[in-house]
Each structure stands twice: as C-alpha cells, then as structure tokens.
Design a protein around this ligand. Structure first.
Ligand SMILES: [Fe+2]
Length: 319
C-alpha cells in the first residue's frame, strides 16, 4: 500500500489516503500510519469506517483497546465500542441536559478536554467513527497541546514546571470554570423526562501540568480544562487565575481544526498530546458515532487519595 498524507489544517492533523482497511494492514503501512500519527496528532480516514471490523482493525494499529471508563455507554455486544448518540425521538435519553450557546440550544456539546482526565491513567488515544453524521453542525474540534506549550512565554513555562492539577468528573458541563465560553447556559426542556443520567464514582485524581512527548522530547501543556478543578498546593484565587490564563492560551480556536463529519469518517487522536471538543447538534438533529479507546499510561497520574492509589491496578505501557 502507498500512503498519501494531506494536511487537515495549518496547525495539526493529516488525512490518510490510499489505505485499504478492508484487509489486514501490513507492517510497513502500520509503521507509516503510526509515524504520521506521532507527527500530526490527528489522522482522518475519510469514509473508511464501514464496519466494526474495520474500526477495530484500525484501532489495533495504535495499541491495545480497552472498554471506556463510562461503562454504561459501551455497546452491550462489544464493550470496546462506546456509543455517542443523540436522537430527538428518544424519550428516555441518557443526557437530557442540553446547552445554549450563540443562541442555539445543542445536544452533545462538550468543552475542551482530553479523554478520561478524571482517571489516573491517561489513555493513549481514541478512534471515533461517525455512523450517522448530523445534517447540521456536529463538528469535533482538535488543538495541539505541544504547540500550545510553545505559545507560552518563558515566564509562564517556568511558572508551571512541576505543578499538578486535581481533576474531578462532573456531568454538568456548564459547571466547568476554565476555558469555557462565559455565555454558555445549561438548558433542560420543560417536557424533559425525569432525570435518568447515570452517576459515576470517579474519585479526584492528579496529573502534572507539563509532560514530555516520548518520541520527540517536546513538552505538552497537559491541561484538560473541562474537568480541571484546582492546582495542588495553591490558594484558590491564585489557582483559578493561573488555570484561566493557561486555558486561554490552550483553548484558542485560531489554532484548532474543526472536522465536519461525513458518514463513516474515522478520526484517531493522540490523547497524550491533543485536546478535543464537540460543538453539539441542534435539538432536531440526529447523530450517532462510536468510539474505541486505546489503552495507555504516561505513568504520571495518580489518585489524590494515596489509599486509593496504593491499590490501583493499571497496565502501564510507558516506563
Ligand atoms: Fe472526549
């Protein structure tokens, strides 16, 4: 196979053309895909995700798969495939809370984050496959946190070296304080069914603000604004001010790539290096995607409570 790589944006991402995913991927092709992924952070395989088999075959290029931590979203017949869907006809939706932004009430809106930042293990990546694109909106945004680190001033870089951030899961996205549009509002329709959102028990965990990209030695501004709560050891006012400042540098749409999905598009992102967000869809639009999760650990996260951390069983793939 001969790969062709086309830039997705001036800032990050490559589209991969010329790979036949309907049959096993040979070693040189696999190596070329991995190399492109490390270089670009995000890869697009346009219209290629035509079956579970193809989706899982591509995922296996990037590492071993694991079921997503939000287990009730995983498909009952295949726990490695997590369903992300919105259906206006669904009378008992998993998420009945929506968000209003720029005058549009949206389902599925998500602020900038890296996946499972509320867990001590940083998953390696994810492959999202768009089964039913929304006829309107529904874009997913990506930002390179290596380039974001490079945008910091020398003073900011020195200031954050060695700092750690406490993360906690909160299903109410409008409660996020950092890097969010200030005008966002939670919206619950008057005829919404009784709350059926699952509750999760994700104890607070801690991640460093700066990590190093293993393959290149470049530094990453490792902040996931959606679930960040505070910087360990700082007064609240100082912590809030610094997290706001850093989220402002990181979550800058001018450096983002927003993908407008076509049917069966597959995108894989490097979760150690790239943050992502979802613009959501207007409430009359249906959308369904499935995601695999690639196992991994940068060996830098931990639970805030040392008791919990001592008992943690994690497969670590980076020494
Ligand atoms: Fe995500």
């Amino acid at each position: 196979m001969r790969l062709e790589l086309k830039p997705l944006s001036p800032h990050l991402g490559l589209e991969v053309v010329g790979v036949d995913l309907s049959r096993p991927i040979d070693e040189p092709t696999r190596d070329a895909i991995l190399d492109a992924w490390i270089r670009a952070g995000v890869l697009l395989f346009r219209g290629a995700g035509t079956s579970d088999e193809v989706h899982m075959r591509l995922s296996a290029v990037f590492g071993e798969m694991e079921p997503a931590a939000t287990a009730d979203m995983n498909r009952p017949d295949n726990p490695y495939l997590m369903t992300l869907a919105y259906d206006p006809e669904d009378r008992a939706p998993r998420f009945a809370q929506h968000y209003e932004l720029d005058g549009i009430v949206r389902a599925g809106w998500l602020g900038w984050h890296w996946d499972q930042s509320f867990m001590p293990t940083i998953v390696r990546g994810a492959v999202l496959c768009m089964k039913e694109p929304s006829p309107e909106m529904g874009e997913t945004g990506f930002i390179d946190a290596v380039a974001a680190y490079d945008r910091l001033s020398p003073e900011q870089k020195a200031r954050i070296e060695g700092l750690e951030v406490v993360y906690e899961f909160n299903p109410d996205m409008a409660s996020g304080q950092f890097g969010f549009p200030p005008e966002i509002r939670a919206y619950r329709p008057a005829d919404a069914p009784p709350r059926s959102e699952k509750t999760y028990d994700f104890p607070p965990c801690v991640h460093p603000l700066v990590i190093t990209q293993r393959e290149t030695g470049r530094k990453v501004l490792k902040l996931s604004p959606m679930h960040a709560r505070y910087i360990l050891g700082l007064e609240k006012a100082e912590s809030d001010a610094l997290l706001n400042e850093l989220a402002g540098v990181l979550c800058d749409d001018r450096y983002a790539y927003f993908h407008s999905w076509g049917r069966d598009d597959m995108i894989v992102w490097d979760n150690w290096r790239v943050i992502h967000s979802a613009k959501g869809v207007p409430l009359h639009c249906r959308r369904r995607a499935e995601r695999t999760t690639i196992m991994g650990d940068y060996k830098v996260g931990r639970y805030l409570d040392p008791e919990l951390d001592r008992d943690r069983k994690v497969k670590r793939i980076v020494d």
